[in-house]
Design a binder for this molecule. Structure first.
Ligand SMILES: [Zn+2]
Length: 216
């Protein structure tokens, strides 16, 4: 939420202000390792025993990798791979492996994404669709936002006739803690443009991705 005292600022100005005056002091890699060490002690472990000696270093490295999507931008990732193409047929990439981390527990979200769009003069390299999923996956997420971010990225980049994204995923924070039965999946969808407006187009997409589910 925008604080009331910055209501005179445009959204861009507010963001710039927030970036210039972060609410937290800088955190070093050593600070992060110490925090993991503290966690281990709090969990009743001895961080000085042989098997755990390098664990703080490894945990910090792993978490940085799993959230490395924060360091990426769409521009850098695309590297100009948007092309002019006179087609209006649906482009569908099914079963894109998706690995993310839930923002509530920092535990894995494992799943797959199905992404379709109908071009409007511009297409994108197919591998870039998977890279976009990966970039947003490598952040702390909730599945609904991850799904919407993938759809909105493609919608913004290509201004296509429409975008459809379905994410099916299983959340370790639910499965491992026994709230949800192992093997259960959560499905989320984001429909933009013609996929939101036209039931037949949406249905065509849904039947194409259901066929992919039967193959696995
Ligand atoms: Zn969670």
């Amino acid at each position: 939420m925008t604080p009331s005292n910055s209501s005179d600022l445009s959204p861009v100005e507010s963001l710039e202000l927030a970036l210039k005056s972060p609410s937290h002091p800088p955190v070093t890699e050593e600070d992060m390792r110490q925090a993991v060490r503290t966690l281990l002690i709090g969990l009743g472990e001895d961080p000085d025993r042989e098997g755990l000696l390098d664990t703080p270093k490894r945990v910090v490295k792993a978490l940085k990798f799993l959230t490395s999507g924060y360091q990426q931008s769409l521009d850098e990732l695309l590297n100009g791979a948007v092309f002019t193409e006179n087609t209006d047929e649906m482009v569908l990439v099914r079963d894109i492996d998706l690995f993310s981390s839930c923002e509530h527990h920092i535990l894995p979200i494992l799943g797959r994404a199905h992404v379709a769009y109908i071009p409007n003069g511009k297409v994108i390299g197919l591998s870039k669709i998977a890279r976009i999923c990966e970039m947003y996956g490598r952040r702390l997420q909730v599945q609904e936002r991850l799904t919407a971010q993938i759809a909105d990225a493609l919608q913004g980049l290509l201004q296509p006739q429409g975008v459809a994204v379905v994410v099916e995923a299983t959340h370790m924070c639910m499965v491992m803690r026994g709230v949800q039965k192992p093997g259960s999946w959560t499905a989320t969808s984001a429909m933009r443009g013609i996929f939101a407006d036209d039931a037949r187009t949406r249905q065509e997409f849904m039947s194409l991705i259901q066929r992919s589910s039967q193959l696995r």
